[in-house]
Design a binder for this molecule. Structure first.
Ligand code: PMP
Length: 360
């Protein structure tokens, strides 16, 4: 049998593991920050009709520029954004990959502040961009002064900020984004995958776009819209940034079916986003309940919560899986991350966690 070692793989990929959040068939799956609520029947019908309308034309390539979808996304975001400011791809992972292909690459560096989204370094690796692991301060915080000092030390071509941050859940102080923008010599990407779940008063970097052509805000329909299976991510930026990613995107990268399904979902955004408040309530319930049990918990503006179990978090993770609850071990010693889902899922998680922690 041929193994990976036998193939002439790029040396920097040797010994690496692919992204691999476990996809286990357990009753309570709270490990990938999906929206636990199924797509409502009315939206299922609308997406079905939209897909059906495309089927006879599948002999043709889709709109390469996804203009109608981009117009709908601009309408959703507001902030005076138009079609020329928006770009869409198969998930915000693909958007970020395109950004690194266009602005990173061999001989260039990308800086992120760990712990942050685990795909950022992997996307850097895949695009031949040198990854610089920046640090966070106490309680996983990031101050403007600390961020700027690291930007000045490394002079990265791309800075990747994540707000609300995954896995900690906390939104960035907008002063950090402003300061990094002023100090960074290259592009500044703010990954706002969880923006819709932020606590009231949390600003988005979208409002900083005017006058900042090196700023890019990435978003996704995978979380608040409950459209993870549809694979639709997007960015908002100066139109010149959209020109740049078009140099690296594959022709017809967004299928006609994806574009049609995403447009139908956006047309029914009120029905889809109706779950956001319920999820935020479960998020706050988890934070309060875990603190009442004496655990340390990071502030969360997202649909997940990072909490400290102490000791070997892998043991707690395994014991929870054995009891039918899948959470995420993000590799932070002593900490685990749980997605906020339905009230019944919160009940199950809290009950089983109590049992597991008492048994250790
Ligand atoms: N950014 C962050 C911070 C995420 O947590 C995720 C999903 N886990 C993504 C981007 C990518 O999401 P998608 O590709 O589904 O849009």
């Amino acid at each position: 049998m041929t193994s990976l070692e036998d193939l002439p793989l790029r040396p920097e990929l040797r010994g690496r593991s692919p992204y691999g959040a476990p996809q286990l068939d357990v009753p309570v799956r709270l490990n990938t920050n999906e929206n636990s609520y199924p797509v409502p029947e009315t939206v299922v019908d609308a997406i079905g009709k939209a897909l059906h309308a495309e089927l006879a034309d599948l002999n043709r390539y889709p709109d390469r520029d996804a203009l109608a979808l981009r117009a709908d996304l601009a309408d959703y975001l507001g902030h005076d954004l138009g079609t020329a400011n928006l770009w869409a791809a198969n998930g915000s992972n693909e958007i970020q990959q395109q950004l690194l292909q266009a602005f990173g690459g061999p001989g260039r560096t990308a800086l992120g502040f760990t712990p942050a989204y685990s795909m950022h370094p992997l996307l850097a690796l895949g695009t031949g961009t040198t990854w610089v692991d920046g640090r966070r301060g106490a309680e996983f915080g990031l101050t403007a002064a600390d961020a700027v000092a690291q930007v000045e030390a490394h002079r990265p071509d791309v800075v990747l900020l994540c707000s609300p941050n995954n896995p900690t859940g906390t939104a960035l102080d907008p002063a950090v984004v402003t300061a990094v923008l002023a100090a960074a010599p290259g592009m500044v990407v703010v990954d706002e995958a969880y923006a819709e779940f932020a606590r009231p008063g949390t600003p988005t970097a979208l409002s900083l776009l005017p006058g900042h052509p090196r700023l890019v805000v990435t978003r996704t329909m995978s979380k608040a819209f409950g459209f993870a299976g549809g694979r639709l991510g997007y960015l908002a930026a100066d139109p010149a940034v959209v020109d740049a990613v078009q140099l690296v995107r594959l022709p017809y990268h967004l299928s006609a079916l994806t574009q049609a399904a995403a447009r139908a979902a956006l047309a029914h955004r009120d029905a889809l986003l109706a779950t956001v408040d319920a999820i935020k309530a479960q998020r706050d319930r988890i934070v309060t309940a875990l603190r009442e049990r004496g655990l340390r918990v990071a502030e969360s503006d997202a649909n997940f919560v990072l909490f400290e179990v102490g000791g070997d978090q892998g043991v707690v993770w395994r014991a929870l899986v054995d009891r039918g609850v899948l959470v995420r071990d993000v590799g932070l010693p002593g900490w685990l991350r749980v997605t906020a889902g339905t009230p019944a899922e919160t009940d199950a998680f809290l009950t089983e966690l109590t049992i597991v922690l008492e048994s250790l």
